[in-house]
Write a protein that binds this ligand. Structure first.
Ligand code: MTE
Ligand code: MO
Length: 379
């Protein structure tokens, strides 16, 4: 798999885990362009990188559908059967900014699973493929009791001595509104191997974990899958839960990504020599179903007393399921250590928790509190 990493990813990716390979791009570069290049897009893997030949690949669609089908890539790409779907989508791992929760309290989770992500486990690309709803229609529609869609990846991973396939599910209502795509193109190029070649699911506005790469099978089922990734991972626990008292059923399955944001420039702990204003840059994103968007991004240089609204955005709101990158020159008189903060409001007036500790949870998911860094100001 290192050959694939070397070929498909930028040389200066930050390796969050070496095996399974997990990487995020350098902070300052990620937000320079509204669309993330394939080379710079973060990678999150649970196991190895399968190498699949596209002409040998097929997708089985079964379970609670009237006419189960085996589809090849050429079937999915046949536009007389399936119209194309193309959309600009931000994928965000639920582990983004986990490092802040680790600093607060490391928890006792499985470190192979709990990669110590910074602010770069997020990326935005144009994906092209077909809407899963059309594929299910082609399979004769759903049978009575159909409620969830189970996605099976061909990759395997090890946990506590057992071998599993990567399997998760999403509710059918997500596909009903055309927010699940079976994608074979990323930014106009065939999906890179590391991102799921030849076909992956892309689930808009959900945590990245549901967007299964190297897709091999879709089962229509009556309730969320019992597969371990669904039942034992990506659960949201109360702050009282830890390894000593965890019952997996007490956590709920994380699906929608809430509003969040991050400062990508300047870097934490840097010294800034300036003459009255400093530049801040970063991203803001709001997931969910039906499309929420970052409506307002505000920054503070005093830990969150006075806020300044960022004046411009680099990616238009016409992309309902994409992030917004922002930049601002904020006035600064003070010398010495400053606490820079960002917070975002989405169109539904959701905003971010104030501190990391407000939403600390045992598996260290969804660090969506206001992002805070410290810089030393020399005026
Ligand atoms: N699909 C498979 N088959 N195996 C995986 O390990 N990881 C998931 C998801 N799909 C995973 C997967 C997680 S947790 C995330 S965040 C996204 O893929 C990351 O997608 P990317 O690597 O293309 O950025
Ligand atoms: Mo993830």
């Amino acid at each position: 798999s290192w050959d694939i990493v070397k070929k498909e990813k930028s040389v200066d990716m930050i390796h969050v885990l070496d095996f399974p390979y997990n990487g995020e791009p350098p902070r300052d570069r990620l937000i320079k362009t509204p669309l993330t290049s394939n080379e710079d897009h973060f990678v999150r893997n649970h196991g190895g990188i399968p190498v699949i030949e596209s002409d040998k690949w097929f997708l089985d669609v079964g379970g609670l559908v009237n006419k189960p089908q085996r589809l090849r890539l050429s079937d999915l790409q046949n536009e007389s059967i399936f119209p194309r779907q193309s959309a600009v989508i931000t994928l965000q791992c639920s582990g983004t900014r986990r490092i802040e929760q680790i600093r607060e309290y490391p928890g006792e989770g499985d470190e192979l699973i709990n990669a110590p992500w910074g602010e770069g486990a997020i990326g935005t690309a144009r994906y092209t493929g077909v809407s899963l709803k059309k594929v299910l229609k082609y399979c004769g529609g759903l049978k009575e009791g159909a409620h969830d869609l189970e996605f099976v990846g061909v990759d395997t991973y090890f946990k506590k001595g057992e071998v599993y396939n990567y399997v998760v599910s999403v509710p059918y209502r997500k596909a009903r509104v055309h927010e699940v795509m079976l994608a074979w193109e990323m930014n106009g190029k065939p999906l890179p191997k590391i991102h799921g070649y030849p076909v992956r699911a892309v689930v808009f506005g959900y945590i990245g974990a549901r967007s299964v790469k190297w897709l091999s099978r879709i089962n229509v089922i009556s309730e969320p899958t019992r597969a371990p990734v669904q039942k034992k991972e990506y659960l949201y626990f109360t702050p009282q839960i830890g390894k000593h008292n965890v019952t997996y059923s007490s956590g709920f399955s994380i699906q929608d990504m809430p509003v969040s944001s991050a400062i990508m420039f300047p870097l934490d702990k840097s010294v800034i020599i300036h003459s009255g204003s400093i530049t801040m840059r970063g991203w803001a994103f709001s997931g969910g179903t039906g499309g929420n968007w970052p409506e307002r991004v505000e920054v503070s240089t005093d830990g969150g007393s006075i806020w300044y609204e960022t004046p411009y955005e680099l990616l238009s709101k016409k992309y309902l399921h994409a992030w917004r990158t922002w930049a601002i020159d904020v006035p600064v008189d003070a010398e010495g250590w400053l606490e820079l903060v960002v917070r975002c409001w989405d169109n539904a007036l959701n905003t971010q928790p104030t501190f990391v500790r407000s939403t600390w949870n045992w598996d260290l998911h969804v660090t969506s509190s206001c992002h805070r860094i410290k810089v030393y100001s020399v005026n």
